[in-house]
Design a protein around this ligand. Sequence first.
Ligand code: SAM
Length: 515
Amino acid sequence: MPTLNWIGKEAVVNHDKEVPFKLLKKVKSQSVGENSHNLIIHGDNLEALKALMPYYVGKIKCIYIDPPYNTGNEGWVYNDKVNSPKIKKWLGKVVGNEPTDLCRHDKWLCMMYPRLKLLRDLLRDDGAIFISIDDNEHCHLKMILDEMFGIENFVTNIIWQKKYTQSNDAKYFSSTHDFIVCYAKNIKNADFKINLLERTEKQNARYKNLDNDPRGPWMTQPLHAKSGNDKTYTFTFQNGVKWKPPAGTFPRYSLDTLRKAEMNGEIWFGAKGTAVPRLKKYLNEMKDGVIPKTIWLYDEVGSNDDAKKELKNVFDDNPFATPKPTKLLKTIFKISSGKDDIVLDSFAGSGTAGHSILDLNKEDGGKRKFILVEMEDDIAKNITAERIRRVCKTNEYSDGFEYCELTKPLFDENGQIEKECDFNQFATYIYFTETQTNIDKAKINKNFIGEYSDTHFYLIYKEKGKNVLTKTFLRQLKKDGARKIVYADRCMVDDDILEEYNIVFKQIPYEVKVY
Ligand SMILES: C[S@@+](CC[C@H](N)C(=O)[O-])C[C@H]1O[C@@H](n2cnc3c(N)ncnc32)[C@H](O)[C@@H]1O
């Protein structure tokens, strides 16, 4: 399979592993309600996604992101702390504002690669990711997604008509669409599916009942098709009408099917009874919905202008330049999530994803949860969170959200555990690094933090100097033969006794794995 190379690739392919693990801290004054399980995180999504990992790995059903398109006019900054001299030279600099600055493509790829890797790991095995993008990076994005997700997991490229007016001052073409690229985490997972969309009134209106058929409204389809088996035939209907497929086409149905359809009154010969016969297809036999198409028109899912109008309904002025319409995101969430699923948008901007989830839940009685991440302080507080606050209030939605900031790294510069990290947070992290799965908090019982693959995990983490594995601690453990891993600062038990209890001692912080 062809792969893409760019300057800096080697330095970022495993950068997601080097990103320090930070803790999430709830900011009560910015949050709305209690225990809604919706999250708005203020911070760089590279660190935020990493911080989410011990809680949400493999749990997100649908990810939608709308990253900088790298148009050359956005002024975004590439400042990931990658330890490569070449990349360090770039850090903090506003990314090339000349579309001819080739280096800006390298930077965009360096920025996206580790974030996409973390997003992939957060996805559920039957989940999918949808990414808005335009011509500037579409082909690069497709190539790195093929490499990261596997080419077999590519689902489709949706074309979204973002604009209906024509810009006659455009240099060559007036751009009226964006792409939305979709990949499954694992297309072979039997539970992976794209949900049908409900039939629109416009689609239903195509079905009429011109002959008062008791089976209800119908539409017709030709009896021929462009391809088929070679056995062509001429059919004479009981009313004397003779039918044969037009030159170069084939009968769509067998003779037997046609005969039965005629007997059942399912052939339509036009209002005067003399037209070319066609087969009736009844509305009540149609699937409950329609399979989504790959072209989404503005009058079905909204345009950029509609998105700005929606935002203006929430804030009197327009505080954000590039929002997406809620109809567009609702369509994505409808086809890709169930009513109890979690969705994530790590380039949240004005918070359209959160707004869309709240509206969608109201429409279909769902209980979906959202996680939004926004880096800019002013946007996160005053636009992303404020929009959700206002939408909840105006619509009397009972849901709220927890607003979180990223705190200090879990390990300080000397490798010591950050003092603010409490037992549950540390246990969650330890369990995740040991098992790559999320802890079940209900199972935490004193020092026992969970089990996985016949191994039991324990954590002794109370006070500095007192986190010691002693014989007294050992006596509380069952001698049941199960392998036990105990994390503590020190161990005062001899190796032969540890062996007798089938215990592996791991010293904090040195043996705590860094994910
Ligand atoms: C194109 S906007 C998204 C608009 C959004 N879909 C909406 O409907 O409002 C991209 C957003 O991502 C944010 N962003 C860019 N880089 C980020 C990063 N590394 N972490 C978190 N947010 C980031 C930007 O500040 C901007 O608000």
